[in-house]
Design a protein around this ligand. Structure first.
Ligand SMILES: *[C@@H]1O[C@H](CO)[C@@H](O)[C@H](O)[C@H]1NC(C)=O
Ligand SMILES: *[C@@H]1O[C@H](CO)[C@@H](O)[C@H](O)[C@H]1NC(C)=O
Ligand SMILES: *[C@@H]1O[C@H](CO)[C@@H](O)[C@H](O)[C@H]1NC(C)=O
Ligand SMILES: *[C@@H]1O[C@H](CO)[C@@H](O)[C@H](O)[C@H]1NC(C)=O
Ligand SMILES: *[C@@H]1O[C@H](CO)[C@@H](O)[C@H](O)[C@H]1NC(C)=O
Ligand SMILES: *[C@@H]1O[C@H](CO)[C@@H](O)[C@H](O)[C@H]1NC(C)=O
Length: 294
């Protein structure tokens, strides 16, 4: 099932297609998330233990690994909330944290009673679930975005893009348990440059990262054939390529220093259905912690 999200067209200046490998009714994203998804199969009720655990999910933001990967399970038994967050590998820690705080607030608003939800921004993704997230490569859906413009010489474009993505896949997969990210560029047809970025959830094994990316990259021919830009967002891996530099080259090689040893966040007492006053409260708490990082 293809859904053409026409309202996103202007904002993204590209076509956005969302393909759900799932039979529940998908919810279309507002312009702020690139895409998000609320799993309607399992809901929680107001004032349930699950909701209380969700309300304390900002504790996730103290778990930076420190390469922009966060994971936390909170609560007990079937009220456990498993959460994972990942920032794009070239994004600064403070930009990353802001992106994640915003994601949590927004996702709670967009998915007010669903136990499982995922939201994608350009710079970060956040996911929570009552189900196991890490260690499960269960694929519920993927999202892809394609630039509508075709390359002048599709064959030569693909001939340059293919090896770049393969190279990046190898480099990201070999990145080790903390960081699986690679960005780079290659010369395309007619002195153009093609820029690419790939990333896996760091907890994936090298092999799982390879196969997640392989599966995604193998769809380029079918989904993006000859398009000058495209990206795929999957829960465990992602890629993007463009004919302009869209990533932060300086940050791509900078290794973060030692893990910040953060004090636990004072748990915000979020009422059911976060609203803006709550998000401001959340930011007051976390912005203070951000300052202590620098
Ligand atoms: C969960 O809630 C959504 C609306 O918020 C509803 O559409 C869906 O049917 C509910 N799912 C179940 C299993 O009750
Ligand atoms: C959740 O756990 C409780 C206690 O362990 C159990 O009584 C209940 O049936 C469980 N609910 C579901 C939906 O599994
Ligand atoms: C890109 O890297 C520079 C230098 O580290 C940094 O100042 C800038 O904030 C980064 N941009 C983003 C979006 O993270
Ligand atoms: C992959 O890593 C190798 C070794 O560090 C490097 O020479 C190469 O340029 C990288 N590939 C890309 C596409 O960045
Ligand atoms: C998730 O966090 C737990 C500690 O809370 C840690 O033991 C585990 O290794 C983390 N998983 C990954 C994939 O980093
Ligand atoms: C937001 O939450 C606060 C605290 O619960 C409440 O006082 C306020 O009325 C809410 N605002 C809106 C617009 O819902």
């Amino acid at each position: 099932m293809f859904i053409l999200a026409g309202n996103l067209l202007l904002w993204l200046l590209s076509f956005m297609f969302i393909y759900f490998i799932h039979n529940t009714t998908p919810t279309l994203a507002q312009p702020d998330f690139l895409s998000y998804y609320c799993e309607n199969a399992a809901n929680y009720s107001v004032n349930s233990a699950y909701q209380q655990n969700l309300n304390s999910l900002s504790a996730l933001f103290t778990t930076n690994n420190p390469y922009g990967f966060y994971n936390l399970s909170t609560g007990q038994g079937n009220n456990t909330v498993n959460s994972v967050a990942l920032c794009r590998g070239d994004i600064n820690p403070d930009v990353c944290l802001r992106c994640l705080i915003d994601s949590l607030v927004k996702l709670r608003q967009l998915c007010p009673n669903q136990k499982e939800a995922i939201g994608y921004y350009d710079y970060c993704m956040l996911r929570y679930s009552n189900d196991v997230i890490l260690g499960s490569i269960r694929l519920k859906f993927y999202v892809y975005l394609a630039n509508p413009q075709n390359a002048m010489d599709i064959d030569r474009f693909n001939g340059a893009l293919g090896p770049l993505m393969k190279d990046l896949r190898v480099n990201a997969s070999a990145g080790g348990p903390l960081r699986k990210f690679a960005s780079g560029s290659t010369t395309g047809p007619d002195f153009s440059t093609i820029y690419g970025l790939v990333q896996c959830t760091p907890g994936l094994s090298e092999l799982d990262c390879v196969s997640c990316l392989e599966d995604a990259i193998n769809r380029i021919a079918q989904l993006f054939n000859g398009k000058i830009g495209g990206r795929m967002l999957l829960p465990m891996c992602t890629f993007r390529y463009e004919n302009y530099r869209f990533f932060n080259q300086s940050a791509a090689v900078i290794q973060p220093s030692a893990p910040p040893n953060l004090p636990p966040i004072a748990r915000p007492s979020a009422p059911p259905g976060m609203n803006l006053s709550v998000s401001t409260q959340l930011c007051v708490n976390l912005c203070l912690i951000m300052k202590s990082i620098n």
